[in-house]
Write a protein that binds this ligand. Structure first.
Ligand code: NAP
Length: 260
């Protein structure tokens, strides 16, 4: 299948580790010119050197705890360089814990980092997408939008808001050749998962191996996802081949979610 992604520009957020980094690699391998975003400049530079060198990839240092600064950095980048056909909204997940114990600050922080940042990025990149008659916004969320996950109270809450923001945006932007879709990772072998396993182990008194084994048993595939498996789904949604897929939640979870 020819994904026809040559000559496209992508802004891939949270792209120095895990799912975001694998996505940057997958898009670059399809001929996309990628601009990475994360907080740590050393990691951004290191990731840049790992991308295939046919195109001039780049990076922006930004922190998703500050949407105004993020917006101004990306706007400035676009005015000096180029706009983006593809936006992959992705950042670090909120801390775990039961929802009843969550501080108001935790909701505020997660809402800012996830919903507000996705929103300012969409507002910043959509004018170029409209002009190009081609836009793909892919939000990396969680299967918790279909089935809330135990011990991830703030995350469950904020992911629901992002999913509904995204669906609404899909309704508004479809007429311009722009699609907005959500990818819902199941347990995926990244730093984030290592943290989740540590927390489960500490809470249950089981070893980390036992905690990981129990998580794998809950998946029909009996294993964790590789970040590359998420990246492949995101890359397909970013391609011309996915032009009539709009406003969906796509679980990439080995069948773990117990609803359709
Ligand atoms: N892995 C899983 O099992 C799983 C399952 C369901 C959902 N998810 C969700 O999928 C998303 C990606 O997960 P992942 O496992 O790939 O995460 P990860 O390995 O922890 O990578 C997170 C990336 O986001 C960047 N980042 C973190 N905080 C940031 C901030 N405040 N501003 C800008 N960039 C920031 C990190 O770089 P810097 O630290 O340099 O900024 C890094 O590049 C998260 O929302 C996660 O909750 C993951």
């Amino acid at each position: 299948m020819n994904l026809n992604l040559n000559n496209k520009y992508a802004l891939v957020c949270g792209s120095t580790a895990g799912i975001g980094k694998a996505t940057a690699m997958a898009l670059a391998n399809e001929g996309v010119q990628v601009t990475l975003i994360a907080r740590n400049e050393e990691k951004l530079k290191a990731t840049l050197t790992e991308l295939p060198q046919q195109r001039q990839h780049d990076y922006i240092v930004a922190d998703f705890s500050n949407p105004d600064e993020l917006k101004s950095k990306v706007s400035n980048y676009i005015s000096k360089n180029h706009g983006f056909h593809i936006l992959v909204n992705n950042t670090g997940g909120p801390a775990g814990g039961p929802v009843f114990m969550a501080d108001l600050d935790e909701f505020q922080k997660a809402f800012t980092q996830h919903l507000k940042c996705n929103h300012v990025l969409a507002q910043t990149v959509v004018p170029f997408m409209k002009e190009a008659g081609y836009g793909r916004i892919v939000n990396v969320i969680s299967t918790s939008v279909k089935q809330p996950l135990d011990g991830l109270g703030v995350s469950n809450t904020i992911r629901g808001a992002v999913a509904n923001w995204s669906k609404t945006l899909a309704n508004e932007l479809g007429q311009f050749g722009i699609t907005v879709n959500n990818v819902l990772p199941g347990a995926t072998g990244t730093e984030r998962l290592t943290e989740i396993i540590k927390n489960k182990s500490a809470k249950s008194g089981n070893s980390e191996e036992e905690a990981a084994h129990a998580m794998k048993q809950a998946v029909p595939a009996k294993r964790f996802a590789k970040p590359e498996e998420l990246a492949d789904a995101i890359t397909f949604l970013a391609s011309e081949r996915a032009s009539y897929i709009n406003g969906i939640n796509l679980p990439v979870d080995g069948g773990r979610t117990k609803s359709l």
